[in-house]
Design a protein around this ligand. Structure first.
Ligand code: HEM
Length: 415
């Protein structure tokens, strides 16, 4: 990998996130990169610069208002990352618009509301473990498909009242295509269309028959007072929260499982009670953060980051949350080492920082705190079915995880 060429064409498949981040970090507080179709941006992989920019009011996430190439039509629907900048929800909003869109949903995700979901998360986890236990001993099973993905999908779909299995499938497929950053614009458009249709249908159904779920609550907010939420903001908000609700949590679970299975000494410390499961979750978030580069931010004014790097007004900025957790300047020379017993774990940015701080952080932590101990207790002899080096990463520079995690849960009798 050559990152000396400047601007460097960001790897759209995200297959070497850690290596790429280490090299980009050497270029200063931000490095010049190109996105699909040669669109320029600044990549931020250092913890200190990311933390600083995340609270800088001169940085916006609203491309419609603050990114000249979109506003003047140089970037349009045929750009593969178009949906990341054209959506109308809190993730792409700035200032009071952001406050308005976030407030409509934030009450449902307070730490207390998330904690109240513990019994339901436990029940769903138990059902998934039962299904896994019914599989023949000695055979390999993909823990992403049958566990790490399934749990957060079920949780978020229940929360939003997506009960139909066909709708869940459509959303799952469409939303995962949307984060595949190497996909062609046409593929993304098709995926987005199917998700939009499924969500518009969901809204229509809930409007006729409201239920005790968050989709119905959002519709009520919209219908009581249309100035609080437009129809397209309603659908785009559903798309954001449902997608964010599992596209990242799946990787938190998958990454933690892989790290523990490939570090038996550390797993033993956790099993012995010397280290708590919360340390496993936080170390995974730090060292294998599930969200990598989350598109896209824009400078409202020139911003001098030092070391000769000046982000100019209108420039696009891409922050890699996963890369910041690997920054030796913040986390020490052994930052790339998974260590559940790490003495002093500095704050990580895996859930972001500032006004866009992850709305679902408590829920994600709860799911991991329930699912991981339950899985390892149920299958004490579980092992990876393939060497860790052979596991394939997700095809995306937005997500940081594994496409599949094949594991043997119980040894064959007699072995
Ligand atoms: C381990 C799991 C998760 C990780 C690592 C994660 C990570 C992040 C990060 C880094 C951001 C900030 C993005 C930015 O500033 O550009 C964010 C925002 C967000 N996350 Fe999460 N997330 C996770 C789980 C969830 C869950 C379970 C939900 C929903 C139930 C959720 C909903 C959101 C929403 C709505 C935002 C946008 C907040 C805003 O713009 O104000 N996330 N997440």
């Amino acid at each position: 990998m050559v990152v000396s060429a400047c601007p460097y064409a960001l790897d759209l498949t995200g297959s070497h996130l850690a290596e790429e981040a280490a090299r980009l970090r050497q270029h200063g507080p931000a490095a010049r990169v190109t996105l699909p179709d040669g669109v320029p941006a600044w990549a931020v992989t250092r913890h200190s610069s990311a933390r600083r920019l995340l609270v800088d009011p001169r940085i916006s996430k609203d491309a419609r208002r603050h990114w000249p190439p979109l506003a003047d039509g140089r970037i349009g629907e045929d750009w593969p990352l178009y949906h990341w900048v054209s959506a109308q929800n809190m993730l792409t909003a700035y200032g009071t618009e952001h406050t308005r869109l976030r407030r409509l949903v934030s009450g449902a995700f307070t730490p207390r509301r998330s904690a109240a979901m513990r019994p339901r998360v436990q029940t769903l986890t138990a059902a998934l473990l039962k299904a896994l236990a019914a599989r023949p001993a000695g055979q390999s099973v993909d823990l992403i498909t049958h566990f790490a993905l399934e749990l957060p999908v079920q949780v978020i779909c229940e929360l939003f009242g997506v009960l139909d299995e066909g709708d869940r499938h459509t959303l799952r497929h469409g939303l995962s295509e949307s984060v595949r950053t190497s996909a062609r614009a046409e593929e993304v458009r098709q995926a987005q269309t199917s998700v939009h249709q499924a969500l518009a249908q969901l809204v229509a159904v809930k409007r006729l028959a409201p239920a005790d779920d968050l989709t119905s609550a959002l519709i009520a907010a919209r219908d009581e007072d249309g100035t609080r939420l437009s129809e397209s903001e309603l659908v785009d908000t559903l798309m954001l929260v449902i997608g964010a609700g599992y596209e990242t949590t799946v990787n938190l679970l998958g990454n933690a499982i892989v790290e523990l299975l490939s570090h038996p000494d550390q797993l033993r410390q956790v099993r012995d009670g010397a280290v708590g499961w919360d340390a496993v979750v936080e170390e995974t978030l730090r060292m294998r953060g599930p969200a990598a580069f989350v598109p896209l931010r824009f400078a409202l004014q020139d911003i001098d980051l030092g070391e000769g790097v000046v982000i100019r007004q209108g420039d696009a900025v891409l922050i890699s949350f996963a890369a910041t957790g690997l920054d030796p300047d913040e986390h020490g020379s052994d930052a790339a080492r998974f260590d559940v017993a790490r003495g002093e774990r500095r704050d990580h940015l895996a859930f972001g920082h500032g006004v866009h701080y992850c709305l679902g952080a408590s829920l994600a932590r709860l799911e991991a705190a329930v699912a991981l101990p339950a899985l390892f207790e149920r299958f004490p002899h579980m092992r990876l079915a393939r060497p860790v080096q052979e596991l394939e990463p997700t095809v995306s520079f937005v997500t940081n995880g594994y496409r599949s995690v094949p594991a043997v849960l119980t040894p064959e009798p007699g072995r």
